[in-house]
Design a protein around this ligand. Structure first.
Ligand SMILES: Cc1cc2nc3c(=O)[nH]c(=O)nc-3n(C[C@H](O)[C@H](O)[C@H](O)COP(=O)(O)OP(=O)(O)OC[C@H]3O[C@@H](n4cnc5c(N)ncnc54)[C@H](O)[C@@H]3O)c2cc1C
Length: 358
């Protein structure tokens, strides 16, 4: 039997630990990832602001995999063949599998006509180097008023203030800030952003671009040194191109057991999947971590012809959004607070998480 874990995302990290605790006999297990390191997005804002070092935010996948008896392959999967149960990789290697699991995250797709002016931060191993260059540019412009856009724009602002650069970061958002939160929370976030020196263009979007300027839908023109495009998640093309079951956007469609619809030997977790029963579930690290709890159990149950457990998402989850200067916005259900304590809690949760994978 050959089990292949594709991508070193949250759920597969947990699988690697589960395998270490209870090794399987007579199985070849592979982990495929385009980079030896997995970078933890929960700490991207702190890294951007200069609060964490590169080693604080990354996990050595090769070391972890080999310590658990897996074979690590530094490559990317580009296609899945269902007829002969084989994965094809970017380097042209063919890897046969009995069971395959995908935890490959998501991409961010800016309009193709602006491609030359966008900073490419995905796959996530690109983030650290790209953001280090970007926080120093003359005119930083971030696009996207969701959690990641706000966090990174505020982190760049904090870093620039602390390092003697002009605090001239602009955030463009077609919606209000944090569109899926309450109006009260959006308003509070706006106040925090303005107080911290972020220039906001809410209810506006990028209409045109050239090498030096952005023209917005509302007719405003502003200089840019390329754009950090942090709008919602997009799928990779693998699933659609391989004719695997997908939602209308191209994310792998899975049952509550995390098995692909009609293909029980294919599993998936994290951003790269859509749950058939919960299609609206947001794609974030919180659900990726929750799915991790049952992924390896379900893979082994499937191999042993046992019944797989089902995933049911919690209604509310704790959201901690770093706002710079060691402050964070905490949201849980209808409760919202913004202070240093929330950042301390975020720091504790994130550093505890990383400790498990050293
Ligand atoms: C700037 C930013 C900040 C964010 N901050 C937060 C936050 O604070 N909290 C939060 O909950 N969420 C945050 N998110 C969202 C979060 O990053 C994702 O929801 C989360 O990482 C999804 O986890 P995952 O396990 O699905 O995949 P990921 O963590 O993205 O890991 C996927 C892995 O698969 C690899 N891979 C990709 N394609 C292939 C392939 N073809 N073959 C093999 N391997 C492949 C990638 O290199 C990567 O190592 C943030 C996102 C961004 C962009």
């Amino acid at each position: 039997m050959t089990i292949v874990l594709v991508g070193g995302g949250h759920a597969h990290l947990k699988c690697i630990l589960d395998i270490r605790k209870k090794p399987l006999s007579n199985q070849n297990i592979f982990l495929i990832s385009p980079n030896r390191y997995q970078y933890y997005s929960g700490m991207f804002s702190g890294y951007t602001e200069g609060l964490y070092s590169i080693d604080d935010i990354r996990i050595d996948l090769k070391y972890m995999a080999e310590k658990s008896g897996l074979t690590f392959i530094e490559d990317s999967v580009t296609e899945v063949s269902l007829t002969d149960k084989t994965l094809e990789t970017k380097t042209g290697t063919m890897i046969p599998f009995s069971v395959v699991s995908f935890d490959t995250g998501s991409y961010i797709e800016g309009p193709s006509s602006f491609k030359d002016y966008l900073v490419q931060i995905k796959p996530n191993y690109l983030f650290a180097n790209k953001i280090k260059e970007y926080r120093e540019v003359e005119f930083p412009v971030v696009v996207g008023g969701g959690a990641s856009g706000i966090e990174i724009a505020l982190a760049i602002t904090a870093w620039r203030k602390r390092n003697g650069y002009p605090a001239n970061v602009t955030l463009i958002s077609s919606s209000k800030l944090l569109p899926s939160s309450s109006s009260k929370t959006s308003k509070l976030t706006r106040e925090i952003a303005v107080r911290k020196g972020l220039s906001l263009m809410e209810g506006d979007s990028v209409a045109e671009m050239n090498g030096s300027h952005v023209i917005t839908q509302n007719g405003r023109s502003l200089p840019h040194s390329r754009l950090l495009w942090l709008t919602g998640p997009s799928p990779s093309g693998i699933f659609k191109e391989s004719t695997l079951p997908c939602d209308q956007n191209g994310f792998l469609l899975v049952e509550k057991t995390l098995q692909a619809k009609g293909l029980p030997f294919i599993f998936g977790a994290g951003d790269c999947i859509t749950l058939k029963s919960f299609p609206e579930l947001p794609k974030n690290g919180v659900y990726a971590v929750r799915q991790a709890e049952l992924l390896w159990n379900n893979i082994t149950s499937y191999l042993n012809c046992e019944v797989c457990s089902t995933f049911s998402p919690q209604r509310h989850f704790l959201s901690l959004l770093s706002t710079g200067d060691k402050e964070a916005l905490l949201q849980y259900g209808r409760f919202t607070a913004h202070n240093k304590l929330a950042w301390k809690l975020k720091n504790k949760i994130d550093t505890d998480y990383m400790q498990k994978y050293i």
